[in-house]
Design a binder for this molecule. Structure first.
Ligand code: C2E
Ligand code: MG
Ligand code: MG
Ligand code: MG
Length: 286
């Protein structure tokens, strides 16, 4: 296979490239149809408090049942939506669905919604969030938005205005996949952020390379006064290690996989009934 870019910086021909562009285009078209024909759905995964004083959260995760290819991962189709100008309508749909589902959950369970940096920069996020809350009647303190560090690549003033307005509305903000992207400590410190979600690669790697990275991220988050979520925690061993470090929330297979809406309702009900005693997943894995 020829390299995409030679040392001279000259673009060389890559026969696979035409294919991949065509594939992206087809995927974009199919996504448009999926949005029009209700082929998208949400599943929900618990983000479980491990110290007193926090409410349970459930993260909304998009699923796309493709007629031919089966279930396609959002890691694959979110970038397609972003490139194809579909992230606006898609993001709005997710916000409405997620807030609507959250109404069926017990107590103060928070719905965590993933938001693309493009939604923040488009200028439409505040209006979309306000609409979703007004039309569903969900109180703002029950909504949290998850943004990856890619948002930090944009102008501080612009992000700061959006984050500030969200905070004013009473909505929480978490930084997702923390430690894998571009982060400015100064942005991180100056923006109104509530929590950091440590990327699951750090949890996974800590078993082989030690826990220094996790400790460093935790130390920084504590210094800034932010809550810490560990994501992708699969084993009891990993969970025990993180509990010793006193992370605030744990999300991952060790607690429960993402589940269908009906199972999520039942899971939150059982969780609130049993307070914080070990709750096990009841629902079907989605
Ligand atoms: P994320 O926000 O970091 O979500 C966590 C991902 O880790 C999810 O993958 C979840 O299913 C997976 N996961 C949870 N527990 C475990 C575990 O114990 N082990 C392992 N190996 N994986 C675990 P998923 O659902 O495929 O989503 C991938 C990414 O797609 C999400 O990563 C998020 O960045 C993006 N995404 C999902 N839904 C949306 C959405 O509605 N809007 C936007 N903009 N992005 C979304
Ligand atoms: Mg997330
Ligand atoms: Mg994440
Ligand atoms: Mg992640």
């Amino acid at each position: 296979q020829v390299k995409l870019k030679g040392r001279s910086g000259v673009q060389l021909y890559d026969p696979a490239m035409g294919d991949s562009i065509r594939r992206q285009h087809e995927l974009g078209q199919a996504l448009r149809e999926a949005m029009a024909h209700d082929a998208l759905s949400l599943v929900f995964q618990p983000v479980v408090p491990e110290v007193a004083g926090h409410a349970l959260k459930m993260e909304a995760l998009l699923r796309w049942e493709h007629p031919v290819r089966g279930v396609i991962s959002p890691a694959e189709f979110i970038p397609v939506a972003e490139d194809g100008g579909l992230i606006g309508p898609l993001g709005r749909w997710v916000l409405f669905r997620a807030c609507h589902e959250a109404l069926a959950w017990s107590g103060d369970t928070v719905i965590a919604v993933n938001v693309s940096a493009l939604q923040v920069m488009s200028g439409e996020l505040l209006g979309d969030v306000a609409d979703a809350l007004r039309e569903t009647g969900l109180p703002p303190h029950r909504l949290e938005l998850e943004l990856t560090e890619s948002v930090f690549a944009h102008d501080f003033g612009a992000i700061s205005r959006v984050f500030g307005a969200l905070r004013e509305m009473g909505i929480r903000i978490a930084i997702d996949d923390f430690g894998t992207g571009y982060s400015s400590l100064s942005y991180l410190y100056r923006l109104p952020i509530d929590a950091i979600k440590i990327d699951r690669s750090f949890v996974r790697d800590s078993e082989h390379t030690g826990d220094q990275m996790l400790r460093a991220i935790l130390g920084m988050a504590r210094g800034f006064g932010y809550g810490v979520v560990a994501e992708g925690v699969e084993t009891e061993l990993q969970r025990d290690m993180l509990l010793r470090m006193e992370v605030d929330f744990i999300q991952g297979a060790c607690h429960a996989p993402p589940m269908l809406p009906e199972a999520a309702v039942e899971w939150t009900r059982n969780y609130t009934l049993n307070a914080r005693s070990a709750v096990r997943p009841l629902g079907k894995v989605a």
